[in-house]
Ligand binder design. Structure first.
Ligand code: GLY
Ligand code: MN
Ligand code: MN
Length: 444
């Protein structure tokens, strides 16, 4: 399995500590276990920041980083080994495993944290944490601080500054290393395979969930534990609902189906959208809209390179789509004016993409000092223009209504421009029709 090597986690911790102010401490909790119903839990997914710094996959754990600490800078609180619990729920690293397998300098049972952590915080001037994102953990942190305050008369020194960790950490996460790109390529490869399988299986009479099952099969077969987000399988008029997740409608002859789905490998997301005709053949209107969206995406790729700013790709998609809609008679007026008045938003109401990484909508600022961020090597993003013609839009001829098309690929900025990670899925009308025709011949 392709994964982030252990040494990289150590590098990340060192890089973060190098940016922290002198005499400070950083504290991060693992994700909580979420209950699905009664005693059934949701599949556990580690918190992305916690995972980024540790690779430690268990709940009930806390990372403590103390730059310059003589007895070790990286302390991990985690569950103790427990034969009874491990018999029921699976193995635990324990404190020995935390040190041996996960590079902790020191490890303590999570049940001892209230006794030990105040002593580690005491004497440090600043505490870095993800303030505000986990109210329960914030309360614990204040309790630990109050333990120190209560001993002030004995000379204990509580910290006097609390700093949001997000800024440092999320900027690091924005730049993907070679190892991260490798993992993202693998997630993209498996997701591409999943979209191909769904295309091959597509035919009238099946349901949206039938195609979702094809996706899930390839994700799991490829080693992905889960999708990176709820798969969208939207046919017919459902393709005009941007985050449709019901996935239970019948696939009808003559309709398009829009699938937005990607798996996660070692906590790195992929995010692909393809749109194709359920029956394998685009109608003239479907083809016209599809090729317009594809042209917009191609224009966007040309705007992704070092020194181009974040919004250039989006602006390119807006221009191509607006001009195309005028040409097809779906908008009327001068292209520049329609862009200025945002008339295109009736049909194209979202942005052309987002950062991509451990979170599908990944962390990292889009603007710096009020200006769009300039792209740099290693930044990963999606490129996903779309055109959605509402089934209720009375302003356009009937033949256009209910057509929704999005095409989404994942890219990483390179020295020359960008690498498309998800190019393994057919994209032109001819390629899609050929792939689907071949699948039908094989099936018959
Ligand atoms: N799958 C959500 C998105 O494309 O942003
Ligand atoms: Mn998507
Ligand atoms: Mn996306």
């Amino acid at each position: 399995m392709i994964h982030i090597p252990r040494a990289e986690y150590s590098r990340r911790r060192k890089a973060l500590m190098a940016q922290m102010e002198p005499n400070s401490i950083a504290i991060l909790p693992a994700a909580a276990v979420a209950i699905r119903n009664r005693d059934v839990e949701h599949v556990y997914r580690q918190d992305s920041d916690f995972q980024y710094l540790s690779g430690f996959p268990e709940p009930q754990a806390v990372i403590v980083l103390m730059p310059g600490r003589e007895h070790g800078e990286y302390v991990l609180f985690c569950r103790e080994r427990n034969a009874e619990r491990e018999l029921w729920d699976g193995l635990r690293a324990g404190q020995e495993g935390a040190i041996r397998d996960y590079g902790a300098d020191d490890a303590f049972p999570i049940t001892d944290i209230d006794d030990i952590l105040p002593g580690l915080i005491e004497g440090r001037d600043r505490v870095y944490s993800a303030m505000g994102s986990n109210p329960e953990f914030d309360r614990h942190l204040m309790d630990w601080i109050n333990v120190i305050r209560s001993k002030a008369h004995l000379g204990a020194q509580p910290p006097n500054e609390f700093v949001a960790l997000d800024h440092l950490l999320h900027d690091m996460r924005l730049y993907k290393s070679a190892a991260e790109v490798k993992v993202m390529r693998e997630a993209a490869r498996i997701s591409a395979q999943a979209h191909i399988r769904a295309m091959q299986a597509s035919r009238p009479g099946l349901h949206e969930f039938s195609l979702e099952a094809e996706l899930d099969y390839e994700f799991r077969k490829g080693g992905a534990k889960m999708p990176a987000y709820g798969s969208i399988v939207a046919s017919g008029r459902n393709s005009c609902i941007l985050h449709y997740q019901q996935n239970d409608a019948l696939l009808k002859d003559g309709d398009l189906v829009l699938i937005d789905a990607g798996c996660e490998i070692d906590c790195y997301a992929s995010d692909i959208t393809r749109t194709w005709p359920v029956n394998g053949k685009f109608s003239p209107e479907q083809k016209a809209i599809y090729e317009l969206v594809l042209a917009a995406q191609e224009a966007a790729f040309a705007e992704i390179a070092p020194n181009k700013h974040w919004n250039q790709a989006h602006e390119a998609t807006v221009r191509v789509i607006t001009a195309g809609l005028v040409k097809l008679g779906l908008l009327e007026g001068a292209v520049d004016e329609l862009i200025a008045s945002e008339a295109y938003k009736t049909f194209y109401m979202h942005r052309a993409g987002h950062w991509l990484g451990m979170d599908v909508h990944d962390v990292g600022e889009y603007k710096v000092g009020g200006e769009w961020r300039v792209l740099e090597v290693g930044m990963a993003l999606t490129v996903e223009p779309g055109v959605y013609i509402s089934p209720d839009n009375q302003q356009v001829a009937k033949k256009w209504r209910g057509i929704g098309v999005r095409i989404e690929d994942d890219v990483v900025v390179t020295k020359q421009g960008c690498e498309i990670l998800t190019s393994g899925v057919p994209k032109s009308v001819a390629e899609i029709e050929a792939l689907m025709a071949a699948a039908r011949v094989q099936a018959s």
